[in-house]
Structure formats: structure tokens, C-alpha cells
Ligand binder design. Sequence first.
Ligand code: SF4
Length: 357
Amino acid sequence: MSASAHSSHAPSPEVIRHDWSRGEVEALFALPFNDLLFAAQSLHRQYFDPNQVQVSTLLSIKTGACPEDCAYCPQSNRFETGLESEKLMEVEQVLEQARAARASGATRFCMGAAWRSPKNRDMPYVVAMVKGVRELGLESCMTLGMLTDEQASELAEAGLDYYNHNLDTSPEYYGDIITTRTYQDRLDTLGHVRAAGMKVCSGGIVGMGEQQADRAGLLQQLANLPQHPESVPINMLVRVEGTPLADEADLDPFEFIRTIAVARIMMPASHVRLSAGREEMNEQMHALAYFAGANSIFYGEKLLTTPNPRANADMALFARLGIEPEQRAVESAPQTPDPRFYDAADQAPSAGSQPIH
Ligand code: SF4
């Protein structure tokens, strides 16, 4: 199947829904595994080339010392995790990394800062980063914590393409994970991002001790937003020593795959992204996740501070599965060399954490 057959992800109204009931989502989770995967894969093929996976790179532009108390996050200043904090990087340093990523074929450059929200004094710097990254012909993405509507507009005017802000889990379980900001705060930030005209990247983390009903609740919230997030990261908890979730029990890997498949069915035109937790997933698990509808990965050795499978291991698996990195057309982008050999670990400073916020 050619990529061009899938170049338009124009939603067909009968499957793009925003009115999922909890019971319907739970019924999807309860399907026999093969039925669920067949349904997810069938829908996936209507919207995407099933043999393409989008690849994003990520740079931590400000690491650690975050005042929030997200129980999974080694960047919170409330937990002793041994993480070394780093101040906001210089604009030129960030652009140097972006140039290196571009030279190696990256088409999207994501920047993450461990903040509750950006301070007004930070805004000129992040705006300069966005403009610089855009001038390089790269798509830009940021995750900086909560945004006011003014900050969202400022970033959108600077040319920011995507903003990441996760819902993390269901509204019911949320209070067990974070107490320093509310679920509504998160929804408000997503609303500001949308109103400013940027694309939304929003998902959550599984394996935090939540029930299946909470995983259903998270996906229900995401799919019932007025517009589906363009990217939906589904993370597997990385248990970090020193955080309250360090000793959390393993989640059944099939339950993770089910979550991917249900996300694919509920948000068929969105990129469903594998990010944190990939280090602990073997090749078979990756292959099953791609079959269930995952079609985006964070690429490189480090996903912020969490180890991530090496880029060449990803590409070797792509080759074995007949998967190609998805090429996104970026306006005014220079020629894009083969992205297969970009190793974010060589470019990124040692930094970051779980996918944050
Ligand atoms: S997830 Fe984000 S807001 Fe929460 S502690 Fe980590 S860096 Fe701070």
C-alpha cells in the first residue's frame, strides 16, 4: 500500500467520534485480544500506511528542579532521584542541536522543559528557540507545562506547530498521582493550545497502579475533546528509584497493547505514539504495538532522562518488519537525508525524564 494512498487523514464522520461513553470504552477493552487487534488494524489501514512509523526527536531544554509532585517523575524537586538539574539551555545551544538533528534527517524537533509553567521572563527565549527551529525548516514541538492563553498565542505566533500536555490518567485516579495541579488545569491548557491554533499532543501513562477502568477513562477524555489530539503518546511507566511509583507492580504487557489498540479505534486519524517505557519492551512487543496501531515513536537513546532503545535497534526492527520511517512534508525544508542514522543520544545532552507534563 503506497504512502500516497494515506496522505490525507481526512476524518470520516462515522468513526471520528467525541461522544464515547465509559461503558463503550470498557467494552472495547473487554474484547477478545484478536478481535480487538483486528478491529484496530482494520481501522488503522483506513487512515495510515500500516507500514510507516513517524519518528520524533526530543531535547530537554531545562532539566529537573520542578516544583510539581507528579508521582512518576524524576524531575520533581520533591523526590530524591539523583537527577542533576540543568538551567534553561542557551538558544544557540538548542539550535545547534536542532541543526545536528536536521543534518541527520530529523523532520520534527521536540523541546521539553521541566516547569510548572513558563515564567514570563522565559518566554522570549523559548520564542527564539521556536523561531530558530522553524527557520531550519523543522517542525517544532514543545512541552513546557501549563500555559495561559496569552502564552499559547505567543508560541503559536512564533510558529510552534505542536504543544504537548498530557492528561496522564483518568480524572478519578488523577489525585493519586498529582496534587499540585488539577485535571481541569490540564484541560484548560489544552483548550488554550487549540484556541491558539496549534496542534495538540496529549496522552498518558499506564502501569501507575491504575485499574483498566482508569485507562478507559483516560482514553475517553482524550477522544471526547472537541478535536482529537493529533498525537497521542501512550507511555508505560518507567519506575525510577526515589519516586513514589518506584515499586509499582508490572502491568501485563497485553494490557499495554490493548490500550494502544483502543486508542487507535477511538482516535483513528491521530498518531498513537510509543514513548517512555520502550526500553523494557522487546521486539515482539514493539511489533505487536505497531500492529495494534502505534505509528509514532520517540527515537534515540535517551527520552529525556529515561533510557530508550538505541536508534539502530529501532531501525533494524523496522527493516525486519518492512516498516519505513514516515516522511512528513515540511514547508521550506531542505533536503531530508535518510533519517535512519540519526541518533538523538549523540546530539542531546544527558538530561530530562519520563516524557514530562
Ligand atoms: S511531569 Fe512535568 S510538571 Fe510533573 S514533576 Fe515532571 S516536569 Fe514537573
